[in-house]
Design a binder for this molecule. Structure first.
Ligand code: NAP
Ligand code: F7E
Length: 348
């Protein structure tokens, strides 16, 4: 007897995580629906390899126009698709940018989650549809303990972090008030070759590879001393799915449990590229030299009005209850990112 395929709906399917989660779910034989925003230029480069022409029979990968700031579009898509699982990955996800567009960030990142939860309830899908909310270590902000776990109080330090705290609590609120199967993932930084170019890891890898092959002279960075717990996006999307397969909904920290400074990340990439280097100077005058020339300098434009200085996650609950494992360490992650970047440069 044929078992019916599960249907998932992903908000934020064109993003880094959306693309990896789509691949993961398709491998598990799901039918994957995704919401894309209309854009004046194509914004689907991360999922083009999954695209299926609308004329294909029995499509497994189906895209819909919509926007999480448009309650009616959210509601009618959920009604039409009636998914078993909804993953809310849609966000204005750049912390520094959230200081420039705080109201927009709140609309997308905070109220966006509420719109989905309300639609599930309005269409009486509480018993059918499970919900995943993409929470973040940025909610811990000015950390009150180290490492951070599910019980660590939040102290967000950006409009992005504040908006995500709202989404976190409204998810719990709907779980408790309406018995919805709703989970919060509290994910620490996770990266990949598909990471947006303005996040620090991708920016560093991209610039240093270009400097290595003579296509760029200098990389400008902000705070070299903030510490992050960097994992791999591919490993982390698996945890999202695992949360929705449990008997009971709950919230989980997903992290590697290891932290490094931005400067250490630069050093790792330089070593991987076999580039000799030496740091000299202090504060805004700190520079990294290679073959007598400075290749990394500080630009205070990249400092934020408030910084999250240190993040380190304790994901023992996820390891214990979800049987989730970290497969990729920081050096393997850098290897993957550098290899992809160098391949791009060779194709150029
Ligand atoms: P990303 O690459 O920035 O992707 C964000 C996605 O949200 C994109 O598909 C984007 O569409 C979509 N989106 C933005 N505004 C939207 C709107 N108004 N309506 C519908 N879709 C909208 O982010 P990511 O790194 O994959 O992260 C996925 C989620 O996890 C985000 O919610 C992020 O805040 C959260 N998170 C990320 C990390 C991390 O380290 N990566 C850690 C913790 C939590 P366009 O392509 O059209 O812009
Ligand atoms: O910054 C410092 C910067 O922008 C990391 C998002 O996915 O992870 C991400 O947020 C650190 C910060 O990531 C530059 O000040 C120095 O301390 O790569 P980032 P983020 O702010 O940690 C969390 C978990 C999310 O949820 C977010 O959605 O690096 N830094 N110099 C710099 N950062 C950037 N972007 N650019 C610089 O030049």
């Amino acid at each position: 007897m044929k078992t019916k395929k599960k249907i998932a709906l992903i908000f934020g399917i064109t993003g880094q995580d959306g693309s990896y989660l789509s691949e993961f779910l398709l491998n598990k034989n799901y039918i994957v629906h995704g919401v894309i925003r209309r854009s004046s230029s194509f914004n689907t480069s991360r999922i083009n390899h999954l695209y299926q022409d609308p004329h294909t029979k029995s499509r497994k990968f189906i895209l819909h126009y919509g926007d999480i700031t448009d309650a009616i579009s959210v509601s009618s898509l959920i009604k039409k698709i009636q998914p078993q699982e909804i993953y809310n990955l849609a966000a204005q996800s750049h912390v520094a940018v959230s200081f420039e567009v705080p109201e927009y960030t709140a609309n997308v990142d905070a109220i966006g989650a509420l719109r989905i939860l309300e639609a599930i309830r309005f269409h009486k899908l509480e018993k059918k549809t499970k919900f995943y909310q993409a929470g973040t270590s940025e909610m811990f902000g000015k950390v009150v303990e180290t490492p951070q776990n599910e019980k660590t109080p939040f102290y967000p330090r950006s409009p992005y972090g504040v908006a995500k705290v709202y989404a976190h609590w409204v998810t719990i609120n709907y779980r408790e008030a309406y018995n919805l199967f709703a989970c919060n993932g509290i994910l620490f930084n996770h990266e990949s070759e598909r990471r947006g170019g303005t996040f620090v890891t991708k920016k560093i890898v991209s610039a240093l590879c270009r400097i290595k092959v003579g296509k760029k002279k200098k990389l400008y960075l902000g705070n070299l001393y903030s510490k992050r717990d960097w994992g791999s996006a591919k490993d982390f999307v698996e945890a999202m799915w695992k949360m929705l397969q449990k008997k009971k909904p709950d919230d989980y920290v997903i992290a590697t449990g290891k932290q490094f400074t931005v400067k250490q990340f630069v050093n790792f990439v330089l070593k991987r590229l076999k580039m000799n280097f030496k740091w000299r100077g202090k504060g805004l005058n700190e520079k990294c030299y290679h073959k007598g020339k400075s290749i990394v300098e500080i630009d205070k434009a990249y400092f934020r009005p408030l910084e999250v200085n240190t993040l380190l996650g304790d994901s023992s609950k996820a390891k214990r209850q979800l049987n989730w494992k970290i497969k990729t360490n920081i050096h393997q992650l850098i290897d993957e990112m550098v290899n992809k970047e160098m391949a791009h440069l060779r194709d150029d």
